[in-house]
Design a protein around this ligand. Structure first.
Ligand SMILES: Cc1cc2nc3c(=O)[nH]c(=O)nc-3n(C[C@H](O)[C@H](O)[C@H](O)COP(=O)(O)O)c2cc1C
Length: 195
């Protein structure tokens, strides 16, 4: 059996972002349970704010096509989100909105089909006590709307400024175990429903 390919990214491009640390923390766990991981930074996929006129005049931005192709070539997604005003970041929404748009010249690798029936796992982090868990509801809903199979297991890491050990893992053993469980389950589901 070939390893399921999992694409990992965070919903913040801030230097020292907690969500980036959380995304980085799950990568070795995914690898340890047999996944092949591509860990990207959305800073490398800069896109303009979605605008229908821009799309009509210029089509999809090159970085949207790059990311659609990347999503299409992976078996699952893992997103670590911050929480902005109880929801996901404008960066995440913009990226997902652009990627949900069809490119008429490349229907098999653009639009909703790149997400459809693909497993996903979601994580959140925040300096606050709730760990951004309200953003998880929005992200789960949005990914479900796109047709993704979001696994029920999720993790919200609160007090994120103190949550990470020097080696990048989660300092709380229960949280680290929960993260490993999510990595394992996503990998299993990705392997079982891979197209
Ligand atoms: C516009 C804005 C809204 C925010 N709203 C929330 C919020 O609803 N809940 C929360 O826990 N933190 C909130 N924060 C604080 C973020 O959790 C904090 O800035 C965090 O470090 C951002 O994520 P990052 O570290 O991954 O960049 C907000 C921050 C910004 C800039």
């Amino acid at each position: 059996m070939t390893a399921p390919k999992i694409l990992v990214f965070a919903g913040s491009t801030r230097r020292d972002a907690f969500s980036q640390k959380l995304a980085a923390a799950v990568v070795p766990l995914l690898k340890s349970v047999g996944a092949e991981v591509t860990h990207i930074n959305l800073a490398d996929f800069d896109m303009p704010l979605y605008n229908g006129d821009l799309e009509a005049e210029q089509g999809l931005p090159p970085n949207t096509r790059r990311l659609q192709l990347l999503i299409a070539s992976h078996d699952a997604l893992l997103i670590a989100t911050p929480e902005y005003n109880g929801s996901i970041t404008p960066l995440e929404l913009n990226v997902l909105d652009w990627c949900s748009r069809a490119d008429k010249d490349n229907p098999a690798t653009s639009g909703a089909v790149v997400f459809a029936d693909k497993p996903a796992a979601i994580l959140s982090s925040s300096p606050g006590p709730l760990g951004g868990m309200r953003a998880l509801f929005h992200l789960r809903d949005l990914l479900g709307y796109l047709g993704m199979v979001v696994i029920p297991q999720q993790l919200a890491v609160g007090r994120a400024g103190e949550a990470f050990a020097a080696d990048g893992s989660l300092a709380d053993p229960r949280q680290q175990a929960a993260l490993e469980g999510i990595a394992r389950r996503l990998t299993e589901v990705a392997a079982s429903i891979r197209k």
